[in-house]
Design a protein around this ligand. Structure first.
Ligand code: TEU
Ligand code: CA
Length: 549
């Protein structure tokens, strides 16, 4: 096996909500250090840290005002160095989240750029004149409204694909690429094990043609980052790429092209929205769609690309509430979803709290929410005439804040997250759902994840095996095989809250050349799961991983 990240599992920490050690209600670097042994116990190889740099926190750290310094609330550079050192002792690498597409408007570059039209930093950003007294064109911000903001000092508009406080950088100016490469090298020298590149697909933008993602020079810029930074060490570099299809996925992750290790693609994430109506529309998941999309990506790469595998991150609702059942079958369905994902080919990512089955939160009023995307959307849609009731329903299902409630460590005060006042609501279900309880119970979701992480280390077939979808037309069962030389692993998952029957034997025999039919159970979310693959009776959300004996 060539690359360390191919049999690795990455754990994402959203520092603000992980663990507060000084009572100010905000998670901090010392909190992460304190929990490294917990992460070691889970077995992960790397931690992706959402941004920890200096930031006025308009978008919780994704608006950076100094890429070489630490946010006051999170700690100091000494804390960060200690985190690198303590993680290294435990064999855990730290993946740094670089926001290369935009800075904070409080970054010194922007402070300079907005001063005058001939300021040396002017071309670091995208400033344009008005057109007939109006915004330059119809580009829209992901966080609602026009992507252009009027800037009085120089009577011009600047581009912001996200919030007004996140002005877009201009990569048509070679100095910007050089600056970003210097920043990457700064963190490589500090000991970064890799990078997660925020909305990297945006950096090739041609704003005048209203092209934002997948611009013509995008891959040239990334290749340059590779040559001058990423290639210096054996790093995991993952790009966030909402608009990627499999062909684009290959452009980024084919090793021969020297760009990224892998990308996050989001096709499976849009399956519970109405096509064309955006993320806030609601639609139940059709399992056949999920099977089609995930299988397509599983089969896309043959040495010319690599997948990342994820259900969750800090922008997405909790998967057990989304594609599982966060009521009666919370434990079973959380384990089922984990089994399905971790049996696939690629590098799995676990988002904090996923390993204990944390759920979405339903806060009663919009005032209790924090996320800028949620708040802006609400304001905009209320003005368009939507009702509060309908919007709150969407927010409960889709708001990014679902992922951002404090980590539930114990059943004590504030779920053990802070001794002070938490910056954001703790999910009231922490009395039942918390790490302490999970560690006490050998049947917990936590230990199921731990086994999955370990299996990836033990079974080469899970890393390199081919993927074959089984019973493709079954609307309730997601089953597949992984095959490598003589090794076969079969994963069978019931996505339904009722019992289901399925046979995968005939299809399997066809794939394995009709070899022996003895399968043994590697892992299951029930006791006494069936072993006769020609007739499996699956209980609600039952998931079993088998291995050819
Ligand atoms: O996300 C990019 C992005 O497009 C998301 O804002 C996404 O559209 C939205 O969350 C879907 O609901 C990245 C970061 O992950 C996100 O946290 C940042 O807010 C954003 O970039 C801007 O930096
Ligand atoms: Ca703190």
């Amino acid at each position: 096996m060539d690359k360390w990240w191919k049999n690795s599992v990455v754990y994402q920490v959203y520092p603000r909500s992980f663990l507060d050690t000084n009572g100010d209600g905000i998670g901090d670097l010392n909190g992460i250090i304190e929990k490294l042994d917990y992460l070691k116990l889970l077995g992960v190889d790397a931690v992706w840290l959402s941004p920890v740099f200096k930031s006025p926190n308009d978008d919780n750290g994704y608006d950076i005002s100094d890429y070489r310094d630490i946010m006051d609330e999170f700690g100091t550079m000494e804390d960060m160095e200690r985190l690198f050192a303590e993680a290294e002792k435990r064999g855990i690498r730290i993946i740094i989240d670089i926001v290369a597409n935009h800075t904070s408007d409080e970054h010194p570059w922007f402070q300079e750029a907005k001063k005058s039209r001939d300021n040396p930093y002017r071309e670091y950003y995208v400033f344009r004149d008005n057109v007939d007294g109006k915004v330059p064109n119809s580009l829209e911000s992901v966080f609602s409204g026009s992507a252009w903001e009027y800037q009085e000092e120089t009577d011009s508009y600047y581009l912001h694909c996200f919030s007004k406080k996140q002005p877009d950088l201009n990569y048509e100016n070679p100095k910007v690429l050089k600056e970003m490469i210097d920043i990457e090298n700064f963190w490589i020298d500090k000991g970064a094990g890799g990078f997660r590149l925020d909305v990297i697909e945006n950096i090739g933008k041609i704003p005048d043609e209203e092209i934002i993602v997948n611009g013509p020079r995008l891959h040239e810029y990334i290749h340059e980052m590779y040559k001058q930074a990423f290639s210096r060490k054996d790093l995991l570099v993952v790009g966030e790429c909402w608009a990627a299809d499999e062909q684009i996925g290959k452009l980024y992750s084919n090793p021969a092209r020297e760009e990224l290790s892998m990308i996050f693609q989001f096709e499976h994430i849009g399956l519970d929205e109405v096509e064309g109506e955006g993320k806030w529309s609601l639609k139940p998941l059709n399992l056949l769609d999920l099977k089609r999309i995930l299988s397509k990506w599983q089969n896309a790469f043959h040495g010319d690309g690599w997948n990342s595998l994820f259900w969750n991150n800090h922008d997405l609702p909790r998967i057990v509430s989304r594609f599982g059942d966060d009521g009666t079958y919370r434990v079973e369905s959380a384990k089922m979803l984990a089994t399905l994902l971790h049996g696939m080919k690629g590098t799995p990512y676990i988002f904090q709290g996923e390993e204990i089955g944390m759920t979405n939160i339903s806060l009663a009023t919009i005032d209790e929410y924090e996320d800028i995307e949620t708040l802006n959307m609400y304001r905009e849609k209320i003005a368009e005439g939507w009702t509060d009731e309908k919007l709150m329903e969407s927010i409960h299902a889709k708001s990014r804040d679902n992922a951002r409630t404090p980590m539930q460590w114990t059943d004590g005060l504030n779920a053990g997250f802070t001794s002070g006042t938490p910056w954001f609501a703790v999910n009231p279900n922490y009395k039942q759902i918390n790490v302490e309880a999970a560690l006490r119970n050998p049947d917990s979701i936590f230990y199921h994840y731990q086994k999955l992480v370990r299996l990836r280390k033990e079974k080469k077939v899970l890393v390199d095996g081919d993927y074959r979808l089984l019973c493709a037309d079954d609307p309730d069962i997601f089953a597949y095989a992984r095959i490598l030389d003589g090794q076969v692993v079969v994963v069978v998952c019931n996505f339904h809250g009722d019992a289901r029957e399925v046979s995968v034997m005939d299809e399997l025999a066809g794939l394995t050349g009709g070899r022996g039919e003895e399968y043994k159970i590697l892992l299951s979310n029930y006791k006494d799961s069936g072993c006769d693959l020609s007739r499996l009776e699956l209980r609600p959300y039952e998931a079993v991983m088998y291995e050819l004996a």
